[in-house]
Ligand binder design. Structure first.
Ligand SMILES: [Zn+2]
Length: 76
C-alpha cells in the first residue's frame, strides 16, 4: 500500500478567527457565506460573513425575524 501522495492532493483546511476568543475555527470544506459554525473554544455560534479572507461574526438567531412583532412579549 502506498499512501505517500495522499497529503499533496488534499486541500488545506480553511481557517477563520473567532470574534469572541480569537481561536482558529477550521472548516473542513470551503465555507459559504452565511454558513453557521460553532467555535471549538468558546462554543459561540458563528456565521461566515466573508470568504477571502474568511471572516466570522456571531450568528444571531433569526428565527421568527419577521412577523414575530405581534408576539405577546411585552406583558411579562
Ligand atoms: Zn471562540
Amino acid at each position: 500500500m502506498t499512501m505517500g501522495t495522499m497529503t499533496t492532493s488534499k486541500k488545506k483546511p480553511v481557517l477563520g478567527a473567532c470574534p469572541e476568543c480569537d481561536a482558529n475555527v477550521a472548516f473542513t470544506k470551503t465555507p459559504f457565506l452565511g454558513q453557521k459554525k460553532n467555535c471549538p473554544e468558546c462554543l459561540s455560534e458563528l456565521e461566515v460573513i466573508g470568504l477571502s479572507p474568511i471572516e466570522l461574526d456571531w450568528a444571531y438567531d433569526y428565527s421568527g425575524f419577521d412577523g414575530e412583532d405581534d408576539y405577546d412579549a411585552e406583558d411579562y
